[in-house]
Write a protein that binds this ligand. Structure first.
Ligand SMILES: Nc1nc2c(ncn2[C@@H]2O[C@H](COP(=O)(O)OP(=O)(O)OP(=O)(O)O)[C@@H](O)[C@H]2O)c(=O)[nH]1
Ligand SMILES: [Zn+2]
Length: 187
């Protein structure tokens, strides 16, 4: 892995004061947002980029609500968000827009990926291992509903899972249902 690591900077937000650092993996500029001191068992959210949700407030998914929930929790209890640049479960923004157009025509989130020739989920979490080792983190309390994220941390001790439950609306109902029924999310 060819990783470049930035300096650490301050990031004041409406949820509190954090620090940020970037880990550049080839063309992917991941981000770590954290509040110190990091405890022995670290509160951690591994968040996958969703520009439409995180930045634009799209109601089609739960990403922005999950990100803000994690920022709030970490501002109170310290911990870290690893923000991974794997947009669209790894298919990228351009392809996600095409997937959204297929969803406009009635395909669900998984079917749309398959229609475009992609697997259901192309994400990988190798860089997470690198970042956690860099910060000497061994014990984790993970904020997620996704069982595959817990599995990806098998080299670490995941002490607890903190659910990330967000409001339902008419646009994300089917998306959340598919996450529960087909992807096995704890919802
Ligand atoms: N391909 C595709 N990706 C999507 C779609 N909606 C959201 N995403 C991406 O899904 C990723 C978030 O994954 P989710 O499956 O919602 O949740 P998760 O992060 O695996 O699980 P949690 O930790 O519980 O939030 C982000 O990268 C989003 O860009 C969609 O309809 N199609
Ligand atoms: Zn999203």
């Amino acid at each position: 892995m060819n990783i470049k690591i930035s300096n650490i900077a301050k990031l004041p937000t409406k949820y509190g004061d954090f620090k940020i650092q970037s880990f550049k993996e080839n063309d992917k500029e991941h981000l770590v947002i954290f509040k110190e001191p990091l405890l022995n068992d670290v509160l951690l959210r591994i968040h996958s980029e969703c520009l439409t949700g995180d930045a634009l407030g799209s109601l089609k998914c739960d990403c922005q609500a999950q990100l803000h929930h994690a920022l709030k929790l970490i501002s109170k209890k310290n911990g870290m968000i690893i923000y991974l640049r794997q947009e669209g479960r790894g298919i990228g923004l351009f392809n996600k827009v095409n997937a959204y157009e297929l969803q406009d025509r009635g395909f669900n989130t998984i079917e749309a990926n398959h229609q475009l020739g992609f697997e259901t989920d192309l994400r990988n979490y190798e860089i997470v291992e690198y970042i956690l080792n860099y910060y000497k983190i061994k014990k984790i309390n993970l904020i997620t509903n996704n069982p595959s994220k817990i599995k990806s941390l098998e080299k670490f001790e995941v002490l607890h899972r903190i659910p990330s439950i967000t409001p339902k609306n008419q646009y994300n109902l089917n998306y959340l249902e598919i996450k529960k029924e087909s992807l096995g999310h704890f919802l």
